[in-house]
Design a protein around this ligand. Sequence first.
Ligand SMILES: [Mg+2]
Length: 309
Amino acid sequence: MDTETIVIPSNHDRERTPIARISAILFDLDNTLISTRKSDVITTQKVAEKISREYEIPLPVAKQASETFLRRFRRCVENPMMTLEEWRILLWVNALGEEYDDLAEDIYVIWKRYRYRNLTPPESTLKILRSLRKQYQLALVTNGPSNSQWEKIKELGLEDYFDAIVVSGDLQYEKPEPEIFHRVCDNLGVRSFECLIVGDRIETDIKGGYAAELGITVWLPLDEPGQLPPDPLPDYTIRDISELQYILGRPRKNDSSKSKRLSKPNKGRTSTPPGPNAPGTSASVSDETSSEAAPESFPASGAVSETED
Ligand SMILES: [Mg+2]
């Protein structure tokens, strides 16, 4: 496997924190840890098929209702005047139209069940989080309304995987404002330069990472046609969470206590994880895996499957 094409150290002008001094990893949620956009499209299709079968709604009508629901749901995921459930049922009432709107409550229950089934991260991703947490503090930093973001976090059991979780809807600021990242750093007891951020959005995750002076920015772009080149350039670009291993390197020996790293730079490490390369040189991040097997604690690249299959 040509690892140079997997991890692209792209921002050569910036002085990144050496990997050995990274003590916390900050993850974006939607379309980074969970494939929200893709999953919601699949859920829409599955719900249309299900309700067509179950309630004898003609399939084109069911599809249209389901797609209308998704479009309006995305436009406004939460209505502060009502509960999540009330708002979603209302969206279904409107999407189903007069002939079928009495089914809205039942269909909402079906939609929610399918949604979380499809949103559940694959075991390989959870395994990566468990593995990383042995060495690093992990945090979730997500933009979005409080109730709907927390519903996702709780329904998916993600609370158990993180040392800190920050939802912008609970605060007066959101990514890319540096305050939200500094809030996470305070919660973790680390300094901003000790953090690595992973996210899918340049405008919020990467730009915000720079604004907050985080140590390393990693971009996990959505696979979208016609995507513009990133501006600003992230420090690294990966195509899958599993590829973090190529940036972080092997788990460090004799360093099982992450509490030792809290707010202190690492000193005297016996093994030096790979760092980003200088312009024009081969990627030292790739050397780790080009001649050696991937660390056992990570699933092999490519083993990560889509949740919505
Ligand atoms: Mg995102």
